[in-house]
Design a protein around this ligand. Structure first.
Ligand code: URA
Length: 230
């Protein structure tokens, strides 16, 4: 079997594992007038999270796989009420395979702590799961190729609130959004889930002396906390 066919087969098997896991296996093998028999291909003990992660780690849907060191699926609690979505892994994240662990990530960790949570209480991920070279913005076709993973993560986690970090992530959920300054501070809806855009922590890092920016992010997070406490 050639390499491409093998990759396709692998991807298909991972998808079947995923559908089987979410209880849709019967759809895949249901035939007219034949008693439904669920195919059981999900590895024993696998969770939705590990099935999705496995697919992300071996993904070659766009060219970003060629330059990545590691794909970065996301981390945290797969039952979290609160989900943070950034744009894409940077240098440190690419090396370690974990989201938001560089300078911007350390600031995000502090914001999460100030909200009364630990990183492991929330789920942190990105729109694209592989680092764009030189930290450029992810391109439309890269986001398009990757979006199924993020949508599956949201479907499984079913967060009560999504916080989008920066313009790229906000635009991804709300196409044609009018810029982060105008979008932040208000809840928007994505598939009925309240979504709060705020400034990207790396912008805060770059504008280190700007207390006004930090105050605005904190105002946004207070609204998120108020909603979660209901
Ligand atoms: N910036 C992002 O958008 N995501 C990361 O994971 C790190 C930096």
């Amino acid at each position: 079997m050639d390499k491409e066919a093998e990759e396709l087969l692998n991807d298909l098997k991972n998808r079947i594992d995923y559908f089987d896991l979410i209880g849709a296996g019967s759809i895949l093998c249901a035939k007219e007038n034949v008693p439904v028999q669920r195919i059981s291909t999900a590895a024993e003990g696998s969770s939705a999270e590990s099935v999705i992660n496995k697919r992300i780690l071996s993904c070659q849907r766009c060219d970003l796989f060629k330059t990545r060191t590691n794909a970065v699926p996301g981390e945290g609690n797969f039952n979290a009420d609160l989900m943070f979505v950034g744009e894409g892994p940077g240098h440190d994240e690419d090396i370690k395979g974990k989201p938001f662990i560089g300078r911007a990530g350390q600031l995000l960790t502090k914001i999460i702590a100030a909200m009364g949570f630990d990183r492991k209480d929330v789920y942190i991920t990105n729109v694209v799961k592989c680092r764009p070279p030189n930290n450029r913005n992810p391109q439309l076709e890269e986001m398009e190729a990757c979006k199924e993973y993020l949508f599956e993560q949201i479907e499984c986690i079913q967060p009560r609130v999504i916080v989008t970090l920066g313009k790229v992530a906000t635009d991804f959920f709300i196409p044609g959004s009018v810029g982060i300054s105008a979008m932040r501070g208000k809840f928007h809806l994505f598939r009925n889930i309240p979504l709060m855009p705020t400034f990207h922590p790396s912008y805060l890092v770059r504008q280190q002396g700007n207390r006004e920016l930090r105050r605005k992010v904190w105002e946004d997070m207070k609204k998120v906390m108020a909603l979660l406490s209901k």
